[in-house]
Write a protein that binds this ligand. Structure first.
Ligand code: SF4
Length: 681
């Protein structure tokens, strides 16, 4: 039985969810009916959230783009492709290769992320490529590289969580962002660090509720207490780490009462947290965007890693540190070359040996490969400026909604000579493009995704795409062909080349094949050879540093890049709601999800609401130094009195956010800025 316009490939097809990094397994029929799989550990016995259950509606959505658009008018594929290739050639000839930029996404398959990086560096010869994952996990990635020499979000299987005695989660609201994850937290005592009493915090054994922007001070205070109470694991520190003495010295002034003054978290609660972690046989420390999306995000994660190392957790069976990656392929998307400073296999683009290896696979000279480019916000900020790119090709991203200081970013997009967007629907960014290519989505194509555990999974094609739609890989192939390169668009062929390019790198996929993924329900990287079993726990014997030891790094707390003052007296923090995903381009178009939360809102404490004479449901204006937006008031004592919360799934919240960047990860400070809140008359 088939749905009109769709071909029955197999009934039902086993695949994975289109949304977050949990990548829940699901089976889908040609009619787009979805049932959960029970054989994938991530979705814990067959759980799906509301987004997963309704994902079939993405395939039949009436707002789907089904033909290329040039200046908003339908044109033939050949016309649109020729137009883009001609314009790119002209702009490159007039202004040089860096006048063309590429922006990717953490939802793209590994094959697409790989091919996009190759397209930028070889076909366009540009250094100007980065992706929206920079806005997501980059601080945790940078801190993990600093400490362990490797960034694999959770360097242990997700099932380890249920076996742990204590889990500390700093800045993550998994009960809303990825609800099946909560099933893995039913066993351990859960400690949640969050300025809001979120759905996750309500499940916690202990909730630490710091002032926004002070997680780093809190982590310093926790380690200070662990040292003061002789709770650190001296044997582990001596055998498996370097640099502890510098960190011990650097913490001397972070006595608990000072930390309480800075963070607002009572000393007794900090002590309770540290003692529970230290007493546990198996303990795990996790960080999420709440701790990471700051101008000091790398140092904040480093401070939590220092705490985990001092307690002897990373690389110890059943214990560890991990980052709860957010975007669907946030992990794989940061491994294979769409990041400004990176080549496939998590290689550094300025490493001569890495350049030589990848250049050989790509059939070019190492010197022909460009060097590192601008990070995501810096790239968007430079668009259309005299020294910046004149053209942008954008795949799987919606920066008009998701970039910090978004009104400014929108202005930069409008200043371009050429904006080309590949998307499934007419996103806010696609609506501003000169050319829009309509592309296939999850169940209409095959490709690999790497979930938050570092497990490489296969998303299989289940239905035929609508007529008139092509895959991102086909768009890249066609543009590359017009620029003189004959490249494949079959995902399996691209994956085989990715395996070769990643061989010997940190994220080594050389031994992973589609067949092995299917047979084993996923393969953990690194997997350097066909017979290799994959590596669920890469740090058991040694870390990926030159001497095999994890590195402590001293870090210092500093205030938020923008603190509250008389003009902007309230903190704003942003985040997600259960019904929506990222910029909402997909989920806002799904009936039940749009009904669940149909518009942006402003959550504020009853005391603040009373002071500002704001009632539940009143329209509220929120202003920052960068712009303003509105939302309906929601009064809740789950938020601190000095803070308001807004979800970022609609255009507006990011008009307010601060693009101050972390010096290492180049992560913008999404999670805290100063705002003024008032009722709209
Ligand atoms: Fe699972 Fe995430 Fe999909 Fe929800 S959105 S079903 S948690 S993968």
């Amino acid at each position: 039985m088939t749905t009109p316009g769709r071909t029955n490939v197999e009934l039902p097809v086993l695949t994975h969810c289109p949304y977050c990094a949990l990548q829940c397994g699901m089976a889908i029929t040609p009619e787009a009916a979805i049932t959960p799989r029970t054989d994938i550990p991530a979705n814990a016995g067959g759980a799906l959230c509301q987004k997963g259950w309704t994902a079939g509606e993405l395939l039949t959505n009436g707002e789907r783009l089904t033909g290329p658009l040039l200046h908003g008018r339908p044109v033939a594929w050949e016309t649109a492709l020729d137009h883009v290739a001609d314009r790119l050639s002209l702009i490159r000839a007039e202004h040089g290769p860096d006048a063309v930029a590429v922006f990717g996404g953490g939802g793209l398959t590994n094959e697409k992320a790989y091919q996009l990086g190759k397209f930028a560096r070889v076909a366009l010869g540009t250094s100007q490529i980065d992706y929206n994952g920079r806005f997501c996990m980059s601080s945790a990635a940078a801190a993990s590289m600093r400490a362990f020499g490797m960034d694999r979000g959770m360097p242990f299987p997700i099932t380890d969580l249920a076996e742990a005695d204590v889990v500390l989660l700093a800045g993550g609201n998994v009960a809303e962002t990825m609800p099946p994850f909560v099933r893995h937290l039913s066993g351990p005592r859960l400690i949640v660090v969050d300025p809001r009493r979120t759905a996750t915090a309500k499940l916690a054994w202990l909730h630490l509720q710091p002032t926004p922007g002070t997680d780093l001070a809190l982590a310093l205070g926790l380690l200070h207490l662990a040292i003061a109470e002789n709770l650190v694991d001296e044997e582990y520190i001596a055998a498996r780490t370097t640099g502890f003495e510098e960190v011990r010295t650097s913490l001397a002034s972070w006595w608990p009462e000072r930390v309480e003054r800075v963070t607002g978290v009572p000393v007794a609660r900090m002590r309770q947290a540290v003692r529970a972690l230290a007493a546990a046989q198996r303990a795990i420390v996790l960080t999420g965007r709440g701790a990471e999306q700051h101008a000091k995000g790398t140092d904040t994660v480093t401070a939590f890693i220092n705490l985990a190392l001092a307690l002897g957790l990373p690389g110890t069976p059943g214990s560890g540190y991990g980052c709860v990656t957010g975007q669907g392929n946030g992990q794989g998307g940061r491994e294979h070359g769409q990041k400004a400073d990176q080549l496939p296999g998590y290689r550094k683009i300025d490493d001569p040996a890495a350049r030589e290896h990848v250049a050989k696979v790509w059939g070019v000279q190492p010197d022909d490969l460009p060097g590192p480019g601008r990070s995501a916000y810096e790239l968007l900020d430079a668009l259309g400026t005299p020294a910046g790119p004149r053209a942008l090709l954008l795949f799987g991203s919606n920066p008009v909604v998701s970039a910090p200081r978004s009104a400014h970013v929108t202005g930069r997009l409008d200043a371009l000579d050429l904006l080309v967007v590949c998307d499934v629907v007419m996103s806010e960014t696609a609506a501003r493009a000169e050319v829009v290519f309509p592309v296939t989505q999850w169940a209409e194509e095959t490709g690999t995704m790497t979930n938050l555990e570092g497990r490489v999974l296969l998303r299989r094609k289940a239905v035929e795409p609508p007529a008139g739609v092509r895959s991102d890989l086909e768009v890249i192939r066609e543009l590359a062909a017009r620029l003189g390169h004959a490249w494949p668009s079959d995902p399996r062929v691209v994956f085989d080349e990715l395996r070769e390019a990643s061989a010997g790198g940190l994220a080594d996929y050389a031994g992973i094949t589609y067949e092995r993924i299917e047979a084993d329900k996923g393969v953990f990287w690194p997997c350097p050879a066909p017979g290799h079993p994959g590596t669920p726990r890469p740090f058991l014997d040694r870390f990926a540093t030159p001497d095999g030891r994890a590195r402590f790094t001293p870090v210092e707390h500093r205030p938020a890049a923008e603190e509250i003052d008389a003009d902007y007296p309230v903190y704003l923090t942003t985040g997600r709601v259960l019904a929506h995903y990222q910029s909402g381009a997909q989920t806002r178009r799904i009936g039940p999800l749009a009904e669940a939360v149909s518009e942006p809102f402003v959550e504020l404490h009853p005391d603040l609401a009373e002071e500002l004479r704001i009632g539940a449901g009143d329209m509220v204006r929120v202003r920052s130094r960068r712009g303003e937006t509105r939302g309906a008031a929601r009064i809740s004592d789950a938020i601190r009195r000095d803070t308001v919360f807004m979800p970022f799934h609609w255009e507006g919240a990011n008009r307010l956010t601060n693009p101050a960047l972390d010096p290492t990860s180049r992560m913008p400070e999404f999670k805290v800025c100063a705002v003024k809140v008032e009722r709209v008359a």
